[in-house]
Design a protein around this ligand. Structure first.
Ligand code: NAD
Length: 344
């Protein structure tokens, strides 16, 4: 009964959404995808060029906080599923300007979920029994859980209490709570995934890995916060997309699933891995890209360690990451070298 089903995707001109759309279009040729994105500084339609001519793909520029527009899209396109990526996503920006994070991440999520509830669950729409199958998938982050100790057995599970430390993670935690309330109070068919740090093609320049690659290739200092020992659990973006696909289709209503690659690395290990590859692939005489590493003042409230226990997703839905960090980072660097027109 998935024939010609139309799904609303939000935030698809950003990093993860723009990796997800071509993957999803190819895998599900019977779906129509309506993509809603405000094209903020983080959205770039070049990321979706490969989809432009696909008849199952439609792009709409607009704000997820615009209720009138969201209601129009639900009615006009008979939306039967939502996969919600749109967010303000950069922690540093949330420290400088928290307001827009609350607006987009909290109010925007509220608007989408409330329209979904109205359209799928309230009269006069409820007479369409098929709408009971309609699903809302909210994409979130492991940062909602706060920070971990350095004990390798200390991992975020779906039962870890929320303890967000930055305005970004607080706004994402709030949006998760709104989804939870719509499941508990109204019975909405929603799922949440909380994912660790992603890397791969099409990530915005402001993020750590693109910054390291770009600055190295331009012979500019590579800034590393504090002592460089903060740990993140890195996941190749396509493995995240595959996890979302599984949870959207097979996850249990009202459940949260953590997605993580079991690839913990300090920021120093990341910069070391990238500069080692660049020294080999784009060598410069008597020079190592490692000489560009520069320690800068730490980020305020910088969480020390994040790491995900993904066993629920692995055991219940059979998810497994295809890339480990060593293979994923090679693919990522290749993509950026191509972007900058550098032939090896
Ligand atoms: P991104 O910043 O690259 O892209 C966000 C997209 O949302 C952009 O295209 C932007 O134009 C759009 N957008 C922003 N405000 C909007 C609004 N008001 N209305 C409509 N569109 C709007 O983000 P990303 O890295 O692709 O992250 C996508 C989602 O995944 C986010 O919800 C983020 O919290 C979550 N997430 C990201 C990571 C990561 O490592 N990047 C990890 C875990 C979870």
């Amino acid at each position: 009964n998935n024939k010609n089903k139309t799904i609303l995707l939000t935030g698809t001109a950003g990093f993860i959404g723009s990796n997800f759309v071509p993957y999803f279009l190819e895998k599900y040729p019977n779906y129509n995808l309506v993509n809603l994105d405000l094209l903020t500084y983080a959205g770039n339609l070049d990321n979706l060029k490969e989809c432009e001519n696909n008849p199952n793909y439609k792009f709409i520029k607009g704000d997820i906080c615009n209720r009138e527009l969201v209601e129009f899209i639900f009615t006009e396109y008979d939306i039967k599923g939502v996969i919600h990526f749109a967010a303000e996503s950069h922690v540093d920006n949330s420290i400088k300007n928290p307001g827009v994070f609350v607006q987009t991440n909290v109010n925007g999520t509220y608007t989408l979920v409330d329209v979904a509830k109205k359209y799928w669950m309230e009269k006069p729409f409820t007479y369409k029994t098929e709408y009971q199958d309609c699903r809302f998938h909210h994409i979130s982050t492991d940062e909602v859980y706060g920070t971990l100790s350095l004990d390798p057995n200390d991992l975020f599970t779906e039962k870890t209490p929320y303890a967000p430390n930055s305005p970004y993670s607080a706004s994402k935690a709030s949006s998760d709570m709104i989804i939870r309330a719509y499941v508990e109070t109204f019975g909405l068919n929603a799922v949440i995934t909380n994912c660790s740090n992603n890397y791969g093609p099409k990530q915005h320049d402001e993020k750590l890995i693109p910054t390291i690659i770009r600055n190295a290739l331009n012979n500019n200092p590579i800034p590393i916060y504090g002592d460089g020992k903060n740990i993140r659990d890195w996941l190749y973006v396509l493995d995240h997309c595959k996890g979302i696909d599984l949870v959207y289709h097979k996850g249990n209503k009202g459940e949260t699933y953590n997605i993580g690659g079991r690839n913990e690395r300090t920021n120093l290990q990341i910069v070391d891995a990238i500069t080692t590859i660049l020294d080999k692939e784009v060598p410069q005489p008597n020079f190592s890209y490692k000489s560009l590493i520069t320690f800068v003042e730490d980020r305020a409230g910088h969480d020390r360690r994040y790491a995900i226990d993904a066993s629920k997703l692995e055991n219940e839905l059979g998810w497994k990451a295809d890339e480990n960090f060593d293979t994923g980072i090679v693919k990522t660097i290749e993509w950026y070298l191509n972007k900058y027109g550098i032939c090896k």
